[in-house]
Design a protein around this ligand. Structure first.
Ligand code: KQY
Length: 364
């Protein structure tokens, strides 16, 4: 594996494909951290395994597991899912597995962004994060892909979505937050995205989902479903704090134009009723530093937008909410050639993210 420090993907003819383009595989990380995953992570492991199995029906899945969890991962996951021992601080493959780019000859390379646990010492979620930060490079080594080193720029995979045709979607609340790249202006951040993702248009949604502890990752509020089309997390309840946030994103998208000059067709995806943490769940979590990891009644950033587009399916969360079925039907209508598989995801959500956050696609 070569570490590329003196060039960037756009200069070398590489671009980030959209998630709905074909994949050769998917990377996940086995959950272990006791202040993220309640009661020893037993329920989370089972939910992660269901996600891995659903994806593995149409693409190769590699699950990284720490030393202490390797045997449990191997025992729980079926033989056709590869388990690789690799250390990490937590289990968010979307955010610190490599972002993959591809050229016209089909060569795949990775990008190794800097990772600081969603805000570093300013408002990051845990310390240290050094093992997470090393994963992208280690994974490129394992997968025999050359890797662009961009560790001087803090970026998580969940904070970007691309349409594969020159457009990237991000949120202001995340990419302009003080805990990411405070020394860079919006224009300088755009220049990095252009150079590394090979995009020409950046769409800046104002914000994400209420109480999303990542400063509002785009992958929880809005996702491309096809070039020129996106789903947006939506509530009709004007008294809900989320209403103004989703409305602001819709207002932005309605006047936006993508890299090909198209208006974006926005499909509203309903949100579940607010999901809050129970006392029982809080009791199952270790403290995070000298603070409780979660407090009873805390609202979690539940959203159906946090789905994964696999080669043959859409793997989406369910919350045991009446809106589960409606959200599933909307996605099925938007992806008629893929089977929509809904997985009960409360045990993933308690960790702070969902199915998209725990997966990272490797393009063909
Ligand atoms: O991408 C994400 N949504 C990760 C959230 C991390 C939460 C850590 N407890």
């Amino acid at each position: 594996m070569k570490i590329i420090r003196d060039s960037c993907p756009a200069a070398d003819g590489f671009r980030m494909p959209a998630e709905f383009e074909p994949h050769q595989g998917c990377i996940m990380i086995f959950p272990e951290r006791p202040d993220s995953w309640q009661y020893g992570g037993y329920a989370a492991r089972k939910a992660f395994a269901r996600v891995a199995e659903a994806i593995a029906r149409s693409e190769r899945v590699t699950v990284c597991a720490g030393e202490a969890q390797y045997d449990n991962a191997r025992a729980l996951l079926p033989a056709h899912i590869r388990v690789a021992e690799m250390s990490s601080n937590d289990a968010w493959a979307r955010d610190y597995a490599p972002t993959f780019v591809k050229n016209d000859a089909g060569v795949i390379r990775g990008i190794d962004w800097g990772f600081n646990a969603w805000g570093g010492l300013h408002d990051g979620l845990y310390f240290p994060w050094d093992r997470d930060n090393h994963m992208a490079r280690k994974l490129c080594d394992l997968l025999e892909r050359d890797v662009y080193c961009k560790r001087d720029f803090i970026l998580e995979g969940g904070s970007i979505h691309v349409d594969g045709e020159g457009t990237c979607m991000v949120t202001e609340s995340c990419l302009l937050s003080r805990g990411r790249n405070p020394e860079l202006s919006r224009e300088e951040i755009e220049a990095v995205l252009r150079a590394y993702l090979n995009v020409s248009t950046i769409l800046w949604l104002p914000c994400g989902i209420y109480n999303d502890e990542t400063n509002g990752h785009v992958d929880n509020i809005c996702a491309f479903t096809a070039p020129g089309e996106a789903v947006l997390a939506w509530t009709k309840d004007e008294s809900d704090v989320q209403y103004a946030m989703s409305r602001a994103c819709l207002d932005y998208l309605e006047q936006a134009v993508d890299a090909k000059g198209r208006k974006i067709r926005v499909h509203k995806l309903p949100l579940p009723a607010p999901v809050t943490v129970t006392e029982e769940e809080c009791r199952g979590l270790d403290a995070c530093g000298d603070e409780p990891a979660r407090t009873p009644g805390e609202r979690l950033a539940a959203s159906y937008v946090n789905f994964y587009i696999a080669n043959g399916s859409i793997v989406m969360p369910g919350f045991g909410d009446p809106a589960d079925q409606a959200a599933k039907e909307i996605l099925q209508g938007l992806f008629p050639d893929r089977e929509v598989v809904q997985i009960y995801a409360r045990d993933i959500l308690i960790g702070g993210g969902n199915i998209h956050c725990i997966t990272q696609q490797i393009p063909v």
